[in-house]
Design a binder for this molecule. Structure first.
Ligand code: ADP
Ligand code: MG
Length: 226
């Protein structure tokens, strides 16, 4: 996939810091409702997994204060890799791909971030083997990657481009309530999960919301998660 870099696609100087701070704020703030979703449609450990990942990520920040986008991203990927469940390694490898969007000397461009997001999706699907529609985090990520790619190609400014990606992710995460899980522990409960949003998809939508908020500073809505 080739993307066009234009002079308008520069992300803010503190994008990495603001993005990762936002991931802490919004995932941490939604840990309870995310855990409730996993209790209703899985084995109930997702809220704990989110908290554990963020705790490890916060410790990484304490130990070795990040100063670049890549270093901020690394604190989050290491945080998730320290967690069990299915989501730990998958979010870990996803954030590792995101961290690679830039060299260690600055922020990525929007096009680089979009490519890294697509790489993150490919990695999640390579290791998790979930397809779109299996009621996983992939369901939220896939339309976000497509929307962001389209926006980058059109030369859409970063805040607006990321907002279209966030909207696509939120709508797709909400739509997972209508599907039956075919991956992860939630697949064991089958149709019992009908009507319940997939917690990993909801979490992924919040992550993309945090990236958007790092550019435009507006609130991330998490009320729809419960
Ligand atoms: P587990 O399913 O092992 O209990 P977690 O509770 O930590 O894992 O995470 C659950 C989330 O992980 C699900 O909501 C789903 O989005 C995601 N997930 C589970 N299995 C897969 C998979 N094979 N590929 C992608 N995402 C998955
Ligand atoms: Mg679980």
């Amino acid at each position: 996939m080739t993307t066009t870099t234009t002079s308008t696609d520069t992300l803010p100087d503190d994008f990495g810091h603001a993005f990762i701070r936002g991931v802490h704020e919004h995932l941490g703030g939604a840990a309870d409702p995310l855990g409730d979703l996993d209790r209703r449609a899985g084995d109930g450990d997702f809220g704990t997994n989110v908290r554990t990942a963020l705790k490890h990520a916060a410790e990484n920040i304490e130990t070795d204060k990040p100063s670049t986008y890549r270093q901020w991203g690394t604190t989050m990927y290491m945080g998730w890799l320290a967690v069990g469940g299915t989501s730990g390694p998958l979010f870990g490898m996803f954030f590792r791909d995101l961290a690679k969007a830039a060299d260690d000397d600055g922020e990525p461009t929007l096009a680089q971030f979009a490519e890294a997001l697509a790489a993150g999706q490919a990695t999640i699907q390579k290791y998790g083997e979930a397809k779109v529609g299996d009621k996983t985090m992939v369901d939220a990520l896939d339309p976000a990657v497509t929307a962001l790619h389209t926006a980058v190609e059109a030369g859409t400014p970063p805040g607006e481009a990321l907002a279209t990606a966030e909207k696509a992710a939120v709508e797709a995460a909400q739509a997972t309530a209508e599907t039956t899980a075919r991956r992860g522990r939630a697949s064991y409960v089958g149709d019992v999960a009908k009507g319940v949003i997939d917690p990993g998809a909801a979490a992924m939508a919040l992550v993309i919301g945090a990236a958007r908020a790092a550019v435009d500073g507006a609130e991330v809505d998490a009320a729809w998660i419960g």
